[in-house]
Design a protein around this ligand. Structure first.
Ligand code: FES
Ligand code: FES
Length: 181
């Protein structure tokens, strides 16, 4: 099929590419833009590995054609760490050993980062519910849940103006490549 020009806005940068109109956003992000942190598992909208943000909303990039993303802000996992420093959720997952196979992790981080922005004080059941759309084939959700809980505590401390008590707990928050406290 003939390729068409598409201009995508990803992590605050403009990318002009030529792609098939049927090419998935996930494939264009990985193959044409070169951001391989977004992973592709099922390609059917089931596993959540391909989750990115489109206009700050978690979106399965395997269920979207790249041309549909034109005119929208796309954010990938690469935008979360800033200046070589993990953000709060990434750091908390690291500390709680919630970074497991690495394949599902980017989608989990993108889903839960957005979730915590809207639900800063979740219960364990809330976290498990929010995680239910991201499949972990190793079945090791326990440490992921613990990491999200820890990140929620740091979010709460930061939003109340308190300084992080734990030496390892980062106070760096990010959203769509923008830092905020
Ligand atoms: S690869 Fe998109 S949901 Fe599984
Ligand atoms: S974290 Fe990827 S299979 Fe469990």
């Amino acid at each position: 099929m003939n390729e068409v020009p598409v201009t995508l806005w990803v992590n605050g940068q403009t990318y002009a590419v030529r792609v098939s109109p049927r090419k998935l956003l996930s494939d264009v992000i990985r193959e044409d833009i070169g951001l391989t942190g977004t992973h592709v598992g099922c390609e059917h909208g089931v596993c959540g590995a391909c989750t990115v943000w489109v206009d700050d909303r978690p979106t399965r990039s395997c269920l979207m054609f790249a041309i549909q993303a034109e005119g929208h802000a796309v954010t990938t996992i690469e935008a979360l760490a800033q200046h070589g420093q993990l953000n709060v959720l990434q750091q908390a997952l690291h500390e709680e050993h919630g970074l497991q196979c690495g394949f599902c992790t980017p989608g989990i981080v993108m889903t839960m980062e957005a979730y915590l922005h809207e639900h800063p004080n979740p219960t364990v059941d809330d976290i498990r519910d929010a995680l239910s759309g991201n499949l972990c084939r190793c079945t090791g959700y326990q440490n992921i849940v613990a990491g999200v809980q820890k990140a929620a505590r740091v979010f709460a401390q930061n939003s109340s103006g308190a300084t992080s008590a734990a030496g390892n707990e980062s106070t760096h928050l990010s959203e769509g490549g923008r830092e905020y406290v």
